[in-house]
Design a protein around this ligand. Structure first.
Ligand code: NAP
Length: 286
């Protein structure tokens, strides 16, 4: 039985992906801070879920993760979803430093732990992480968040290079979504091109299974990010990027309509059964 550890499985993307893998018969090591949610997840899938309460900001988080891996009987994929972010136009320092603590320090702590685990257990494995399209360029209203996501993307590139230099068969997947309606977003505000969770997880699970190196979710964000990347820094800095606007009733309805339309072409049921890890079957999810 294949085993995946999901760090940040108590909400949003991580919780949904944990359910998908458990339904598909994988053994899932679910981790996060909210024990109540983890307990409920295990009671929903008693045969498939093991859990551990882990705060990646704590220095003992690697020990807890190794304990979880032992209880699972090993790990084939490490999926790092845990993260925080604030719209912080006012530059509240506590918000910026908390973001760096979790998205940079905590991320590094856990990705290193996964890398070392794979290096010392069979010299192979897979590390996937949810970064963000926000890591493409610095975004004024999301300064620490966008910088932390750029750090994560660069870190994954560096470890990919290191794995090759050390002759390890460890593959990396950097998943960069645009806005997804999860508890991470302020429910009272409208974000451009927002996706439903159901729509976004289709692309996310496919990227993990297919061992994509970088995956921007979804195609509209892919086009936008390509355009952003072409802009010279001096031009980017002149752009007044507004991350969100206050929702009006009409906008709320329009947002919901777009999300419904996005859901129809690809139902989440299509990814309900991830293929096993063997290379021959990894891309066959259609
Ligand atoms: N939603 C979006 O629009 C969007 C877009 C691009 C990228 N992302 C990225 O996707 C990831 C997941 O976000 P989401 O939208 O699913 O948000 P979410 O619903 O708020 O989930 C965040 C998850 O991270 C966990 N987490 C946060 N701090 C942690 C810590 N110190 N230790 C352990 N776990 C921690 C939370 O666990 P607890 O609940 O147990 O605290 C929760 O499971 C984040 O990295 C985010 O940056 C999100």
């Amino acid at each position: 039985m294949k085993r995946i550890v999901i760090m940040g499985a108590t909400s949003g993307i991580g919780l949904r992906v944990a359910e998908i893998f458990a339904k598909a018969g994988w053994l899932v090591g679910a981790a996060g801070r909210k024990e109540k949610v983890l307990r409920k997840l295990q009671s929903d899938y008693p045969e498939k879920i093991r859990y551990a309460q882990i705060n990646i900001d704590d220095t003992d988080a690697p020990n807890r993760m190794r304990d979880l891996i032992n209880r699972l009987g090993g790990m084939d994929i490490y999926f790092h979803v845990a993260g925080i972010g604030y719209e912080n136009e006012a530059l509240v320092t506590e918000h910026d430093t908390a973001t760096a603590q979790t998205n940079v320090v905590g991320f590094t702590r856990m990705i290193d732990t996964a890398f070392r685990y794979f290096r010392s257990h069979g010299r192979r494995g897979r590390i996937a992480a949810v970064t963000s399209v926000a890591g493409t360029n610095g975004i004024g209203e999301l300064a620490s968040y966008s910088a932390s996501k750029k750090y994560q993307q660069t870190y994954l590139t560096a470890l990919d290079q290191l794995a090759r230099m050390q002759g390890l068969d460890i593959s990396f997947t950097d998943i960069r979504p645009g806005w997804i309606r999860t508890p991470l977003l302020n429910p009272d505000r409208i974000y451009p091109m927002t996706m439903t969770l159901d729509h976004a997880v289709v692309g996310i699970v496919r990227a993990i299974i297919a061992r994509k190196r970088v995956c921007i979710v979804d195609w509209r964000w892919n086009l936008l990010v390509r355009a952003w990347s072409l802009l010279p820094d001096r031009l980017w800095e002149l752009l007044p990027i507004r991350v969100s606007t206050q929702a009006t009733f009409a906008e709320d309805k329009a947002d919901t309509k777009t999300e419904k339309q996005l859901q129809s072409p690809e139902s989440p049921a299509k990814v309900a059964v991830p293929a096993p890890l063997s290379p021959a079957s990894t891309t066959d999810l259609s």
